[in-house]
Design a protein around this ligand. Sequence first.
Ligand code: ATP
Length: 571
Amino acid sequence: MSGHKSVAPENRTVIGLTFGNSNSSIAYTVDDKAEVIANEDGDRQIPTILSYVDGEEYYGQQAKAFLIRNPDNTVAYFRDFLGKDFEHIDPTHNHASAHPKDVDGTVSFTIKDKAEEDAEPSTLSVSEVATRYLRRLIGSASDYLGKKVTSAVITVPTNFNDKQKAALLAAANAADLEVLQLISEPIAAALAYDARPEAQVEDKIVVVAELGGTRSDVAVIASRQGMYTVLATAHDYEFNGVALDKILMDHFAKEFLKRNPSAKDPRENARGLAKLKFESEATKRALSIGANASFSVESLSDGIDFASTINRLRYETLSRTVFEGINRLVDSVIKKAGLDVLDVDEVILSGGTAHTPRIATNFSNIFPQTTRILAPSTNPYAINPSELGARGAALQANLIQDYEADDIDQSTHAAVTTVAHITNAIGVVSLNAAGEEIFVPVVPAETAVPAKRTVHVAAPKDGGDVLVKFVEGNTHIKVTKPEPKPEESKAAKVEDADNSDDESDFSDEEEEEEKREKVWKIGNTLAEAAIRGVKKGGKVEVTVQVNADLSVILTTREVGAQGGVRGQLSA
Ligand code: ATP
């Protein structure tokens, strides 16, 4: 990041920032704990929207309200356009606000941002829009903290390319903000959880499902002693919060037309459509908390007011396709990582749409009971999914704020991006009680290298010579078919399924559930080492060190004895 704006460490005031297509949030740390900042409107999720009325600039929730009365001078859903040529953007979400246009390939918006009636409209590049918006966020954060914010860690999706990152950096710098680091969204979410005082740093596989308004991004991460490695990612732009809004918009529009057969369809008029969208989103959010929610719009179409209610079950039935799309996305990324649901220790639900109880319940059905599903509706200790990114970014900012700008690049990049890692576990062969050979992992698979781990293996009861066999290990899923069920209970089940559309998406399979368990398979032998004359009841210490170039150093010795055997394998 050299060449970009940098501030001397002693002069910094740092924040963590998420800058989404739909919403942004700001956090800072006090006593190493992250806190989310509310802006002057009291919002912690601040709509990523900028609006101009009579030359006055509005942002956040106030700008969002202007989508109804002043859509042409309101810019929304623009973050993903940063660093992209016009021909490569998807303007789907901009149909009800200022339209992006092509100015020599640069994505731009033409809006009236001046007070004078006869002033020419301005054409602003997406970078300029981003800078103006970020300036407002920084202003709010500075007001809140009582001092000028100078620097930030900003989260970005895992598929943001270098051009997009460069454009974001430039937009932030132009808003007088030093970017300490860009960290990927799933890592920020994982950090927010792992930084909690009660969190135990353990080796684990974590799935982060980042469910926003316009995109759903899922990542599989290996967390090994506090180092994160991204193993696989998947992205989707169809099954998202906006799709859920649309379902409710259609539902209420149809109901309105049914009650008012001669009225015009509110979806065919810009203002009606904007009102439908605004209220549908509010109804959707209410359904994340309550079993019922109301919907009410004044003058929806032809001057007719409309009020209705919907219950959660109905909403969930209507939204099934979207929820199933999200399930498939999660499933696909786990496969892409070469893993199975049984390998996953934790699922973190992040982003606004992650509040949806049904999405979390579906995940509970997909993953085994041993997997922690971290969402408000399934876990009382879950952190607000809308705040995870900003919290993680603030924690990271707090951690690195004392470094010089150039050092940050070098010292922290590897920790938060994809780094070299071993694919198979490395361990030793031991005997179980039944005398069968079993695999004892020393370094788990997907560990970022370099890494060094040690385990103690009991020697045979009577001591003597011990042969230590170093092997690679990998897991496979052992499937045990259930006993066939008697006919009666099958008949009863069909009846059951008939009268409930509330059945879980996965319940059909669940009933006849096969037993699936993860078992180790002994793979290639890497080396063998003999330790002679181990004393009775003795133990052998086994150390595996994997170097950055993936070469391996294996060491064995008797615990408490001198010497030992050491061998090196090349990568
Ligand atoms: P993106 O970049 O994907 O557009 P974002 O990261 O900018 O999204 P988020 O705040 O994470 O934005 O997600 C916004 C979405 O979350 C919106 O569709 C919003 O309606 C939805 N959302 C926010 N709160 C809730 C809630 N309580 N229940 C259900 N959905 C919610």
